[in-house]
Write a protein that binds this ligand. Structure first.
Ligand SMILES: *Cc1c(COP(=O)(O)O)cnc(C)c1O
Length: 466
């Protein structure tokens, strides 16, 4: 192992140097993947040199999500301390279900959860757990809601037609989860969002009333804190009032945007989250923790036991429930997603997390200013979001994104609202400088200018070296 670790460090250093010299991995068409790299598995073993050289080739050809050319998804960049934490999770390889198997790591998880709880302003009755991803955290929210409306469902199954509510621009996990939970995708009511991407509260209450009148049983409302496309924040107070009126569970899907809880300047965006019954939050998005790092929080901790606990004599042999988080989790074996987040938080403090969040909004302001001041651009998104959506000249957003990717210039994706496509630039990588962001625009402009001229190859070479 020691010998291999040295080789690992060498390769990791090479990879990181490569990433800053060449922020884009060269694009491999899927049809050429099998011939470009030796990915096949064979009967025979391989010696270490051959193994490392094969591994090296794959590593260097893999998309570089921490480079300054990656703006494609709702995660990017790496925090070195968080990565160190992740390495040790793999080396230690504890399973986070019992104190016996994970020891102090359980305390690390518990400390994060109670700190988040304090930041939200919740008391001892509240609690939480790490879920295997934000989609699964949302799933836990729906299950907890389902079991709270009728405690028998987990034994006898769904007894009537329950309906759930979410905005038309919310994350697709809500639909999938309805299928998993036995609610059914068809019982998800997609409520209209306004021009800013926020759910329209009176449309919600009208739909709930129509469903009650038609004999359905509403049980769950999902608010989104940071929609996947525009980064919009639903009005949690307004939704809480409706949920109180109809006695419904309010879950906040904060997978993308709930990290604003750490920022004095932006936490107003999730004002009211303390009144939710549950919420989810991904530290692997705005906080640069390696994937996955997802928290599921509930105002009443008991519901975690009601929905997720199962006795198992072969597993729970020592300690009390508080130190055996396997009792409130979706899975049995649990990877340690807490150590990397703790390593980050411990090293930079809550102030460091705040700075990270504020800086992403600052970068987004820089990008929006650039767009507003350049007549070739149209801004399609709004302030107070780290998703900056725009169109350039009359190019198709889809075509630009695809060409930038296949020509090894930039990784950026496109989104769509009301049938209108736009480029979605996400300023979530707080390692980027303002200049890196301006370079994004310059690289794109130069690339498109070059592709407009006949002598393409020549002009491309003159594009700013990213
Ligand atoms: C990313 C995201 C999710 C899903 O989280 P995963 O960790 O990718 O499963 C859910 N909701 C919203 C709003 C998201 O942005």
């Amino acid at each position: 192992m020691e010998h291999l670790l040295n080789r690992f460090v060498d390769l990791a250093n090479e990879m990181i140097a490569e990433e800053s010299n060449h922020p884009m991995a060269s694009y491999i068409p899927t049809s050429e993947l099998a011939s470009a790299l030796d990915l096949s598995l064979s009967d025979k073993p391989m010696d270490d040199d051959a193994f490392f050289s094969t591994l090296r080739a794959v590593i260097l050809k893999t998309p570089k999500t921490s480079s300054k050319a990656f703006f494609n998804q709702l995660f990017a960049g790496r925090h070195e301390k968080a990565v160190i934490g992740e390495f040790f999770s793999a080396l230690l390889n504890n399973s986070m279900y019992t104190y016996k198997a994970a020891g102090p790591q359980i305390g690390i998880e518990a400390n994060i959860l109670s700190k988040v709880r304090d930041i939200i302003g919740w008391d001892q009755h509240s609690g939480g757990t790490f879920a295997p991803g934000g989609s699964m955290a949302n799933f836990m929210g729906m299950i907890a809601a389902r079991d709270s409306i009728n405690k028998d469902i987990r034994y006898s199954g769904i007894d009537k037609t329950y309906t759930a509510y979410t905005s038309e621009v919310s994350h697709y996990s809500i639909d999938k989860n309805a299928a998993f939970a036995g609610i059914g995708r068809d019982q998800i009511r997609k409520i209209k969002a306004d021009g800013f991407g926020k759910i329209i509260p009176c449309e919600l209450s009208a739909q709930i009333q129509r469903d009650i009148d038609a004999g359905y049983t509403p049980f769950f409302v999902n608010a989104t804190a940071g929609t996947t496309e525009l980064g919009a924040y639903d009005d949690i107070h307004a939704l809480r009032a409706i949920c109180d009126h109809y006695q419904l569970w309010l879950h906040v899907d904060g997978a993308y945007g709930a990290a604003v809880m750490f920022s004095k300047a932006y936490k107003h965006l999730i004002s009211g989250i303390e009144t939710a019954d549950s919420f989810s939050f991904n530290a692997h998005k705005m906080l640069r923790v390696p994937l996955p790092c997802s928290l599921f929080m509930v105002r009443d901790k008991q519901c975690l036991y009601d929905s997720f606990s199962n006795e198992a004599d072969y597993l729970y042999q020592t300690g009390d429930d508080e130190f055996n988080p396997g009792k409130i989790s979706l899975q049995c074996g649990r990877r340690n997603d807490a150590l990397k987040f703790w390593a980050l938080w411990k090293s930079i403090g809550t102030q460091g997390l705040e700075h990270m969040v504020d800086y992403q909004f600052h970068l987004a302001d820089i990008a929006r200013n650039y767009i507003r001041n350049h007549p070739d651009y149209t801004l399609c998104s709004f302030d107070d979001s780290v998703s900056v959506c725009f169109n350039y000249k009359d190019y198709s957003a889809r075509d630009i994104c695809t060409a930038l990717y296949t020509e090894n210039k930039l990784m950026v994706g496109y989104g769509c609202t009301d049938g209108k496509e736009y480029i979605r630039l996400v300023t979530i990588n707080s390692q980027n400088s303002e200049q890196d962001l301006l370079d994004f625009f310059r690289t794109m402009e130069a690339f498109l200018a070059a592709s407009e001229t006949e002598n393409q190859a020549l002009e491309l070479a003159a594009a700013p070296a990213f």
